[in-house]
Design a protein around this ligand. Structure first.
Ligand SMILES: Nc1ncnc2c1ncn2[C@@H]1O[C@H](COP(=O)(O)OP(=O)(O)O)[C@@H](O)[C@H]1O
Ligand SMILES: [Mg+2]
Length: 220
């Protein structure tokens, strides 16, 4: 079991009362799955993705990632787990806009032990695999939404993570471009990566092998 959530709750304090953004969620995900997380706005999808990505803490329950008890790790150990194990793709791309595609894809390697001499080569290979190597020296601001998301996926995979987490990755794209992006996620999954995608879009979800629906912080 790659991912095991047991009775996870994320509780916010709203005007003195507890608000459960996630309410005792249990979930197991095997390596190699391609999963859609669906549900209405406010259902807890992003919260769940942030917890899966070790970006957010939780108040109840336990999370085991590759057998590691996430609640017991120090912040620096969690940062290392994120950098080595998880790639993130977000709706708004979250690229450094005034920099080139190549610079953006190199950025995650600045936080690990990749030898400086290998960074360019690895970044170029990632850009090649998402189909935008010919855009490597272009500034992100000069690219289309689809190209930006290809750069963002290249950045997500450059450290060769085993898990890719995407939050509404096609939310800002037209449907034809969305399908191109989903083809990239599908081929990454076929290469063996575990892919977890939050989406409103049933067409996007149809690319996935399992759908999880959240409602009011619970899996339904
Ligand atoms: N920092 C926060 N403080 C208080 N409430 C929050 C916070 N972040 C999220 N929430 C609430 O938690 C619920 C789930 O949010 P979220 O996971 O972002 O939903 P989704 O991604 O499904 O739209 C929402 O009701 C949201 O308002
Ligand atoms: Mg969200």
């Amino acid at each position: 079991m790659m991912i095991k959530l047991e009775n996870i709750s994320k509780i916010y304090n709203i005007a003195g009362s507890p608000f459960y953004a996630l309410n005792k969620v249990s979930l197991e995900i095997n390596a190699g799955e391609m999963i859609a997380i669906q549900g209405r706005s406010g259902a807890g999808k992003s919260t769940m993705l942030h917890i899966l990505g070790c970006l957010d803490t939780f108040e109840e329950g336990s999370y085991f990632l590759n057998g590691i008890d996430i609640a017991k790790q120090t912040p620096s150990k969690l940062a290392k787990i994120r950098n080595e194990t998880i790639g993130f793709v977000l709706q708004d791309f979250s690229l450094i806009n005034h920099q080139t595609a190549l610079y953006n894809v190199k950025a995650p390697m600045l936080f690990n032990k990749t030898p400086f001499s290998q960074m360019k080569d690895r970044a170029q290979k990632a850009l090649e695999s998402t189909g935008v190597l010919n855009q490597a020296d272009k500034k992100v601001t000069d690219m289309s939404g689809g190209q930006r998301q290809r750069v963002a996926i290249a950045r997500a995979i450059v450290n060769n993570p085993s898990i890719i987490l995407a939050d509404e990755p096609t939310g800002n794209l037209d449907s034809a471009t969305a399908e191109e992006i989903m083809d990239i996620f599908t081929s990454l999954n076929k290469e063996g990566k575990t892919v977890i995608i939050v989406t409103h879009d049933d067409i996007v979800a149809s690319y996935c092998t399992r759908k999880i629906v959240l409602s009011d912080g619970k899996i339904v």
